[in-house]
Design a protein. Sequence first.
Length: 174
Amino acid sequence: MAVTQQLARVPAEYLAACRKEAGASPDGEFHWNPPAEDVLDLDWAPVLLERVCALAGLDDVLLHGLRRATEGDASVDVGFLATPPYAIGPFGPAPAALSPAEVAHVSELLGQIDLRAVLATLPAEETEAAALVGDGADGIAGGLRKYLLEHFHALRDFYREASRRQLLLVLWWD
């Protein structure tokens, strides 16, 4: 079973209801079940996206925005989601989140990243590009560039929609 990056768009009220249920439940059950259309599985793309953008010399502000998009921060308390036996993401770092204002800012930064230009800085030959990137890039079916473009566009669009709807984003590895 592979551990992959997961993101969920949720209203603040939903997160508050889950937190309240966890506090009221004798075993901490929080009934986490966001709608499937508001969940994104990024696979292992975050590691590879950050590596490729760093190799390309992406502007530090944009690189930091990409990191926040996949790591969240501690400004929204989601510690209750890491409480056994119902913890989400028990195989990686504790779940993290971004507030709607932070989501909007990160969405804006992601919109400024030209991933095609970033990928153009890699060696033209796919095997050489994958070797330079490392982190298992040589084992990606369909090719590194295609994989990264698909996952980056999914991430960018996911954030754009969360920003439009003024939702929080919760992130975890599962």
